[in-house]
Design a protein around this ligand. Structure first.
Ligand code: S3P
Length: 182
C-alpha cells in the first residue's frame, strides 16, 4: 500500500534483510541502495547461483531445468543467510521452495523479510524494459501465465514482516520508507 510499509507481524531485531516479490519488483535495485545506506553487504540469489556455475540464470534453466535451478537457489540462500549485516534479494520464485520459506520466516532468527509489491502490469512492464537485447528471465516466456504464477506465490509473499507497495514509487523512496520502518 502507498504511504509506507505495513505488515501482519512484528519485526524481529534485524541482522539480515531479505527482499522478496515477483520479477520486476525492484528487489535488486532497492536491495543495493538499502545495503549501501546501512553499510551492509548486498547479495542477490540469482547472482550467487549464476556465479556458482559460471553461466547465466537463463542458461541454467536451459541446460539443467527449473528443478535444478531451485535446488541451487535454495542452497545459495541458506548459505547467504548464515551471514549477518546483509541485504539479500531473492529470485521471485524462491518463495515457492518450502525450505526457503521455513528459513526466511523462522521466528526470531534475526531475518526481516520485506515483500516489494506492485500490480502485475507494472511488474511486467519493468521486466520487459531493458530486456530487449537479452532476455534474462526465462519464466516470462514459459507456458504458465504470469497471473497464475503470481496468484500461487502471493500468499507466501504476504507472510513477509513488511509489505511495501512500490507502484509508481522510485527505488530511493522505497528505501527511505524501509529505513523509517526499521
Ligand atoms: C524467477 C525470477 C528470477 C530468476 C529466475 C526465476 C521466478 O529472479 O530467479 O528467472 O521464478 O520468478 P528475479 O525475480 O530477480 O527476476
Amino acid at each position: 500500500m502507498n504511504g509506507g510499509p505495513t505488515g501482519p507481524r512484528p519485526c524481529p531485531r534485524a541482522r539480515r534483510i531479505v527482499l522478496t516479490g515477483f520479477m520486476g519488483a525492484g528487489k535488486s535495485t532497492v536491495g543495493r541502495i538499502l545495503a549501501a545506506r546501512l553499510g551492509w553487504r548486498f547479495y542477490d540469489s540469482d547472482h550467487l547461483v549464476a556465479a556458482g556455475l559460471g553461466i547465466t540464470v537463463a542458461e541454467i534453466f536451459e541446460r539443467h531445468g527449473e528443478a535444478r535451478f531451485r535446488e541451487l537457489e535454495a542452497a545459495a540462500i541458506m548459505e547467504a543467510l548464515t551471514r549477518d549485516r546483509i541485504v539479500l534479494a531473492l529470485g521471485g520464485g524462491a518463495i515457492e521452495t518450502p525450505s526457503v520459506r521455513e528459513q526466511i520466516f523462522a521466528v526470531d532468527n534475526g531475518t526481516l523479510t520485506v515483500f516489494l509489491s506492485a500490480p502485475l502490469p507494472e511488474l511486467l512492464l519493468r521486466c520487459h524494459h531493458g530486456e530487449q537485447a537479452a532476455p534474462v528471465r526465462p519464466l516470462l516466456t514459459a507456458a504458465e501465465p504470469p497471473e497464475e504464477r503470481l496468484k500461487r506465490r502471493l500468499p507466501h509473499y504476504q507472510c513477509a514482516h513488511l509489505i511495501v507497495d512500490t507502484s509508481g514509487i522510485p527505488a530511493t523512496t522505497v528505501v527511505e520508507q524501509l529505513l523509517a520502518a526499521l
